[in-house]
Design a protein around this ligand. Sequence first.
Ligand code: MG
Length: 273
Amino acid sequence: MRRYQPALRLALVAVAGLCVVAAAVAQRSLGYQDTPLLPGGKWHVHDGERPQPRVVTPGTASTPEQPGQPPSDAIVLFDGTNLERWHDGKGQPSRWKVENGVLVATPGAGNLVTRDEFGDCQLHLEWAAPNPPTGEGQDRGNSGVILFGRYEIQVLDSYNARTYPDGQAAALYGQYPPLVNACRKPGEWQTYDIIFTAPRFRDGEVETPAYATVLHNGVVVHNHTALLGAVAHRALAQYAPHGAKGPLVLQDHGCPVRYRNLWIRELGGYDEQ
Ligand code: MG
């Protein structure tokens, strides 16, 4: 037994040494404050004192049969059951229908407007154009997603269907066509993922325009595009000053477009808890 003691001592010294090294490595992985300051002068490069980002449980993807789960901090605007979060534009309950967990644009019922207002945001929604399709051009599955009640991302059946490009599906209506046409067939569920930065106004003038990044069925169709102003038909878009938040509006354009799985996350800045 005794002849093992020197080896044991060596092993203990080695373990102790490893612990010291591990502690030093752990300390370094927690951060530094002897590093350069980042722009803004508040945090160092790798600063361990910088606030830890809030934890969000991610959602799940939808299938054709079943809408996915939203991220844990999303505000669910429509979960398949009711229109509590919406009104008809005049504060009254909307006549849009809820059928089998799906929201259906109801011709003549007018636009659907959220009761709450939102600023910079991430918006997810799914829509399906009527099947079989009816109508042509702007009469074929027309609806719209209108942020702040002013900035429209077009909903239209543009699958093997032609219209003016800045009015087709996923267009920033009257301003920019989508980069590509990523439409699915009428009747199939399609996704919009929209990251929207509201415009800022100062003294009645545009300080910074609105910006939209849009993915249609997972395909980027607008990449941080600056909007020219509020939606307009046969006219040039212009800005009119408004507040930091506004309602989300779904357009009744006379077509029974279906919606499901609408959720929104308001976006704050870095290091905000
Ligand atoms: Mg429209």
